[in-house]
Design a binder for this molecule. Structure first.
Ligand code: SAH
Length: 235
């Protein structure tokens, strides 16, 4: 298995901003805004109650901590130390006791504890790694048979270039310039193939849309820019 599936520059970008992770008006505003949408979508499909959950590429813990409010236990993993420190501190301050954070690669955790989680989430992370198929395989190895795996990333086409890079980074300045690299965006067909090749069954897909005038996000059938994919490991 690939144990060096990491881009140090990508980790440095997230570490530099880590102290602002929980500021809802910072560059992490989009993650705060989409979080209730994705949390409800995940919970609606996988029923988090009583479950063991793993969040891969958890960063400062926005999704992980919110899932801890509904699941039995959540483990968040990332390879950037500072975001993990922020995540631990925030959980402590919020009194959330059923979330743990570890600095370990998905591939390494998969080798250490395969088939250990009922639900695995990997959101807004695949477009930052050199070998996303390896991450998808690791997520598959980590989930128990019959369990759910959720991914979200950015589509790759002229519209996503315009919206996710030109619009979000240069015009609206929702994200710092250089946050995303177009070549690393992943088409839904490619992500679905990674999932199937890893042995997952693709269940359903959702698009995420944004209106810059109202500054609102919502889930829809339009997967042309941001999208989420739900998969299951066969029982
Ligand atoms: N999943 C979180 C954070 C997304 S930001 C959320 O949606 O709220 C992307 C995260 O991926 C950052 O925390 C970054 O450190 C992490 N990341 C990037 N490359 C990684 C890798 N190879 N392994 C683990 N995490 C990685």
């Amino acid at each position: 298995m690939n144990t060096a599936n990491v881009d140090a520059q990508e980790l440095a970008k997230f570490s530099e901003l880590a102290h602002r992770w929980w500021d809802p008006d910072s560059e992490f505003r989009p993650l705060h805004q989409i979080n209730p949408l994705r949390l409800d979508w995940i919970d609606g499909l996988a029923s988090l109650g009583g479950k063991q959950v793993l969040d891969v590429g958890c960063g400062g813990g926005i999704l992980a901590e919110s899932m801890a409010g509904r699941a039995d236990r959540v483990t968040g993993i990332d390879l950037a130390a500072r975001p993990l420190g922020v995540a631990r501190l925030h959980a402590l301050e919020a009194g959330v006791l059923n979330v743990d954070y570890r600095e370990i690669a998905a591939e390494a955790l998969a080798a250490e504890s395969p088939s250990s989680f009922d639900v695995v989430t990997c959101m807004e992370m695949l477009e930052h790694v050199p070998d996303p198929a390896s991450t998808v395989r690791a997520c598959t190895a980590l989930v128990k048979p019959g369990g759910w795996v959720f991914f979200s990333t950015l589509n790759r086409n002229p519209k996503s270039f315009l919206f996710a890079i030109v619009g979000a980074e240069y015009v609206l300045r929702l994200l710092p310039r250089g946050t995303h690299e177009y070549a690393r965006f992943i088409r839904p067909s490619e992500l679905a193939r990674f999932a199937r090749d890893a042995g997952l069954d693709v269940q359903t897909m959702k698009g995420m849309e944004y209106n810059p005038l109202t500054r609102r996000y919502w889930l829809s059938a339009d997967t042309s820019v941001n999208y989420l994919l739900a998969c299951r490991r066969p029982a």
